[in-house]
Design a protein around this ligand. Sequence first.
Ligand SMILES: NC(=O)CC[C@H](N)C(=O)O
Length: 231
Amino acid sequence: MNFAVLVFPGSNCDIDMYKAIEDTIGQPVDYVWHTDGDLSKYDCILVPGGFSYGDYLRCGAIAQFTNVMKAVVKAAEEGKYILGICNGFQVLTEARLLPGALLRNNGMKFRCHQTILKVENNNTAFTRDYAEGELIEIPIAHGEGNYYCDEATLKELQENNQIVFRYEAGNNPNGSLDDIAGISNKAGNVVGMMPHPERAVHEILGSADGKKIFTSILSAWREKHDAAAIR
Ligand SMILES: NC(=O)CC[C@H](N)C(=O)O
């Protein structure tokens, strides 16, 4: 399975993401620069965290206009797996691959600490190795992680089971609507989340609870791939 880690000017979690793929599932992974418009050889595209284009205008607002994001839109339409972490989540909402927007944290402060997440939907390619309702410890590091959408969109997210992760009840670090920490698109092949699983892949990092996101993607892809080979 081939992984791409996108790199924008200002990305700063690209190396962690690359290492997380190497360390957890050992699959081929490349850095892909923002000017590159061809993602055809990749099965999964990872949009990492950071401060793309210095967070000018809004976090993720400029990155959406790059060549590589046009290729990401195409890859999403083709059903490839797309995972946006933190700034990557912000970029995916700006590119309209995911609904809603990320606003400034309610306390107007950059928050950087461990959080407890609840796996709300383990029926996705990104979460199938977790148990439903499993509590996992994953760090956050963001200034604009306050997820917001209108009422109709929230209803749709809830009804279609598109809320993949919530912050533990009573411990919402940024004021996000309905305690949302991560969502998927309707088709389920695009997921965005504010917490950083790529920083939680070894006990020595404080938690290894992020690992199963990467093992899930590989097992989902293998299942699809093997089924296609048999047909
Ligand atoms: N770690 C990140 O990706 C940070 C995202 C963005 N720059 C913010 O502060 O919200």
